[in-house]
Design a protein around this ligand. Sequence first.
Ligand SMILES: Nc1ncnc2c1ncn2[C@@H]1O[C@H](COP(=O)(O)OP(=O)(O)OP(=O)(O)O)[C@@H](O)[C@H]1O
Length: 297
Amino acid sequence: MKLLFLVNPISGGVDKTPFMEVANQLCNKYGIDFQVFETTGNNDKECFEKQLNDYQPDRVAVVGGDGTVQFASIALQSTHYAMGIVPLGSANGMAEELGVNNDPTEAFKDLLLSHLIVPLDLLQVNKAHQLLHIGDVGTNAELVNKYENDSRRGMMTYAKYLLSELVNLTPFEVKIEANGEVIEKSAIMVAICNAQKYGTGIPLNLSGNPLDGQFELVVIEKVGVKSLINAGLSKFDPRFFDDEHSTIITTKEARICLEKSRLLQLDGEVIGEVETIDVGILPGVVQLITNKDNPHV
Ligand SMILES: Nc1ncnc2c1ncn2[C@@H]1O[C@H](COP(=O)(O)OP(=O)(O)OP(=O)(O)O)[C@@H](O)[C@H]1O
């Protein structure tokens, strides 16, 4: 077997050397030929694609967090190269959704052993962007933007912005065209979900499945104290999930029209202001190495 490691050395602020030493020993023990590609943050897509096509691996091991998994799935889409995840980021939301073992070495062994390869969906957003996990406009996108632009990272800064966003909630009008219907709502946030939960573990819906060829739009109309407490609790137990103030639409294609431009964030990255968001599904374009611990299989 030929294995290509795609490693993000900075994800999660975690030193990847101990994991790579164990992985190296396992590959030597089992006679697995391997190469390593380390992201640098510069020109990664071109360099990765070159190494991929020169080496032609049987499998790709993605070592990092959500940003790295998103990078890999976009680079590997519509190719025959299968990828598996070794969760080593600060947020491993997609790994969690897909039932990947929390222990990187165990996740790596699963990746080597499993013969279960399933087609994973991506979403196409406004022609120019692709989304793997969750994107949104409204409260959360504003929060991500302020947090990203503050040099003081960490939980205190995040909490400060979260509180100011929650105090200043101003609903906006949104029109959604999907499944041959038009829905108009007053919302504080609209989320585009290929999955169920944010990387923090807080769920947005309980029906999202990144392998089903569809996606969910979640329109959050308002947040009361009760739903905030429930959101926190539902991180630990989905029975607390409260959809009283949200509308969930399952579809393959949608147009979201906002009354005025708002910031859009996709997979944790702020894209910029948009007034119209066209979303489509790219069904099963990524070959994902998984196993029966994945709740969607
Ligand atoms: N070696 C590097 N040095 C600096 N930036 C890098 C490096 N490798 C990748 N990047 C940049 O880091 C970003 C991806 O990292 P991101 O933090 O989203 O990863 P992650 O895997 O989700 O980790 P985390 O969970 O810590 O956020 C991209 O913008 C990428 O260009």
